[in-house]
Design a protein around this ligand. Structure first.
Ligand code: EPU
Length: 419
C-alpha cells in the first residue's frame, strides 16, 4: 500500500508548470478512433487515466507509439473489434467516450458501464438520448452497454441538463453522421472546445463549441495526419492557485489559460488573496488568513465542482463561517469527514456544507475518497501543523501528474512511502 506523508506547514513559493488537461485528454484519445489514419497528440498529462485510455485504443486495434511520456502517435486505420475490454473501461468514467466514437466510426460498440469517482448517481441517460436521436439503438443488459446503428443521421439534440460527458459524446457520434446535428443546451467547459478543436484539426466540421449551441456537419472521413496539443488543465491550475492561498504562499502558475480561471480568481480575491494575471500565467499570493466566502458550484463559466474540495480547505481555515452549495454531484462532501479529522469544523448535509473557519489544521491520517478530495487533503496537509498521512492514492494518480514532486519543487515536504 502507498501513502503520502506530508510535513507541514509549508508556505508554497516559486514557479509551477501546468500539464495538459485530464478531462480533455480522456476525450481526445477516444476521438482519435474516428480518424482513418494517423494523428499525434502532445501535452498529454502522464496519469493513469491516459495510460488506460491508450490501452483501450490498442485493444480495439489502434497502433500506439509513445514519443515521450506526454506525446503519443495513434494509427487508427485498422479497428478490428467492436467489443471494448471491460476490465479497462470499468476503471474510469471517460471510457463512455468509446461509445460515441465507435458508433460514429464502426456503427457498433459493446462496452461495460463506466467506473470512476463515486460522486453519487452518475446517469448516462443524456448520452443515450443523443445517440438514439441520431438513429442508434442502445440497450443495457447485465452492466453491458450495446449501441448499434446502420448509419447515423444528423438530428437536433436538446440536452435536458448541462452535461460535459453527454455533450462530448454526442459530438463524437455526430462527426461522421450523415447531415447536420445541433446540440442545444450544450456544456461550455474548455475541454469541450478542445475536443472540437482536435476533431476540426483532423478534418471534422464542428462550430459553436464553447457556446450552448454546437453544430456538427457530418463529414465522410477524418484523415488526420496532424499534430494536436492538449489545452492546459484548468483544474490543475486551480488546485495550485488554491494551494497558494491555503498555505499563505506565493506562486507563479505557468502555462495556463487565465480566462478559464476567472471564477477561481474571483473567489480568491473575495477571500483576500491577490491574483496577478499575465495572460498565460498567474501569480497568486495570500499573506493573511483567508476571509469567509459562499460558493455554489455550477457548469462553466461558474465555479467548477472539481475545485470544490480544494476551496473547501481554504474556507475551513477562513475567518468566519462560509457556505458551499454543491449543485453538480450529490456526494461530493465525503472529504469533509477527513478534513474534520484534521481539526476542521465542517457540517455537511445534502448538497450544502457549512464551514466554521478554524485558525489551524493539524496533521492526521486521512483517506482520499476521490480524485479532487485527494488533492484537497494534500493542500490541507501542506497547510496543517504536523504530519498528515494520505491513503488511497490511486484516486490522485488518476488525475494529477507527478503531484508530490511538483509540490516539493515549490517548498512542500511530501514523501511517497510504499508499505
Ligand atoms: N447527468 C445526468 N445524465 C447524464 C449525464 C449527466 O443526469 O446523462 C448529470 C450528472 O449526474 C451530474 C450533471 O449531470 O449531476 C453533470 O454531469 P456531467 O455529465 O457534466 O459530468 P461528467 O461528464 O460525467 C465531467 C468530468 C467530471 C466533472 C463533471 C462536471 C470527465 C471525465 N469528468 O463528468 O470530472 O466533475 O464533468 O464538470 O470529464 C474530475 O475530474 O474529478 C471529475 C469528476
Amino acid at each position: 500500500m502507498e501513502k503520502l506523508v506530508i510535513k507541514g506547514p509549508t508556505p508554497l513559493k516559486g514557479e509551477v508548470q501546468i500539464n495538459g488537461a485530464k478531462n480533455a485528454a480522456v476525450a481526445i484519445l477516444p476521438a482519435a478512433l474516428l480518424i482513418n489514419g494517423v494523428c499525434t497528440i502532445d501535452n498529454l498529462p502522464d496519469i493513469s487515466d491516459v495510460k488506460i485510455s491508450c490501452k483501450i485504443l490498442e485493444k480495439l486495434g489502434a497502433k500506439i507509439k509513445w514519443n515521450n511520456k506526454n506525446s503519443v502517435t495513434i494509427d487508427a486505420t485498422e479497428i478490428n473489434t467492436t467489443k471494448a475490454p471491460i476490465d479497462l473501461t470499468s476503471k474510469f468514467r471517460a471510457s463512455y467516450y468509446i461509445i460515441g466514437a465507435m458508433l460514429s466510426r464502426k456503427g457498433e460498440i459493446e462496452v461495460g458501464m463506466p467506473g470512476g469517482c463515486q460522486l453519487g448517481a452518475r446517469p448516462i441517460d443524456q448520452h443515450i438520448k443523443g445517440f438514439e436521436s441520431l438513429g442508434a439503438n442502445v440497450t443495457i443488459e447485465n452492466g453491458i452497454i450495446h449501441a448499434k446503428a446502420d448509419k447515423l443521421k444528423g438530428n437536433p439534440v436538446y440536452m435536458d441538463i448541462v452535461s460535459v460527458g453527454a455533450t462530448i459524446n454526442v459530438m463524437l457520434s455526430a462527426v461522421l453522421a450523415k447531415g447536420t446535428t445541433t446540440i442545444d443546451n450544450a456544456a461550455k467547459e474548455p475541454h469541450i472546445v478542445d475536443v472540437a478543436n482536435f476533431l476540426n484539426t483532423m478534418g471534422a466540421d464542428i462550430r459553436g463549441a464553447g457556446t450552448d449551441v454546437i453544430k456538427i456537419n457530418g463529414v465522410k472521413e477524418l484523415t488526420g495526419n496532424a499534430t494536436y496539443s492538449v489545452v492546459p488543465d484548468q483544474i490543475e491550475a486551480g488546485t495550485f492557485m488554491l494551494a497558494a492561498v491555503a498555505t499563505k504562499g506565493d506562486l507563479l502558475i505557468k502555462n495556463c489559460i487565465t480566462k478559464h480561471l476567472d471564477s477561481i480568481t474571483a473567489k480568491i480575491i473575495e477571500v483576500g488573496g491577490i491574483v496577478e494575471d499575465y495572460g498565460d500565467s498567474l501569480r497568486v499570493y495570500c499573506k493573511n488568513r483567508p476571509l469567509k466566502a459562499n460558493i455554489k458550484t455550477l457548469p462553466y463559466p461558474g465555479f467548477p465542482t472539481d475545485l470544490q474540495p480544494q476551496i473547501g480547505v481554504v474556507l475551513s481555515l477562513a475567518k468566519g463561517t462560509s457556505i458551499i452549495n454543491e449543485s453538480i454531484w450529490e456526494s461530493r462532501f465525503q472529504y469533509v469527514h477527513e478534513l474534520n479529522k484534521m481539526g476542521a469544523k465542517i457540517t455537511a448535509q445534502g448538497n450544502t456544507a457549512i464551514f466554521e473557519g478554524v485558525e489551524t489544521l493539524s496533521g492526521a491520517p486521512v483517506s482520499a475518497t476521490d480524485l479532487r478530495a485527494g488533492a484537497a487533503l494534500i493542500i490541507a496537509g501542506m497547510a496543517a501543523k504536523g504530519v498528515t498521512e494520505i491513503y488511497n492514492l490511486e484516486h490522485i494518480d488518476r488525475g494529477y501528474e507527478n503531484i508530490e514532486q511538483k509540490f516539493n519543487n515549490i517548498g512542500a515536504k511530501i514523501e511517497r512511502i510504499i508499505e
